[in-house]
Ligand binder design. Structure first.
Ligand code: ZN
Length: 74
């Protein structure tokens, strides 16, 4: 179980990135929302999608999971 956060500001691709708590690229406390504890970044992303329309997994902390990197609500 890891603790995940969602970046408040979009990255260069317009996506709000999901990070785990230990990620070196995680935004500061003021620029992130707490998502909760999840087993995988993918689960955290499902929660993130209820908060933002365009979310993506951080490539630094979540890329090891072999899942599609981007989801968007249609
Ligand atoms: Zn990250």
């Amino acid at each position: 179980m890891k603790f995940f956060y969602l970046a408040s500001n979009p990255n260069d691709n317009g996506l709000h990135e999901v990070h785990d708590r230990d990620c070196e690229h995680i935004p500061t406390t003021y620029d992130r929302d707490y998502l909760g504890p999840f087993n995988t970044g993918n689960e955290a992303m499902r929660k993130a999608m209820t908060l933002k329309k365009k979310v993506g997994l951080c490539e630094n902390c979540c890329k090891s999971e072999n899942k599609p990197p981007i989801f968007s609500i249609k």
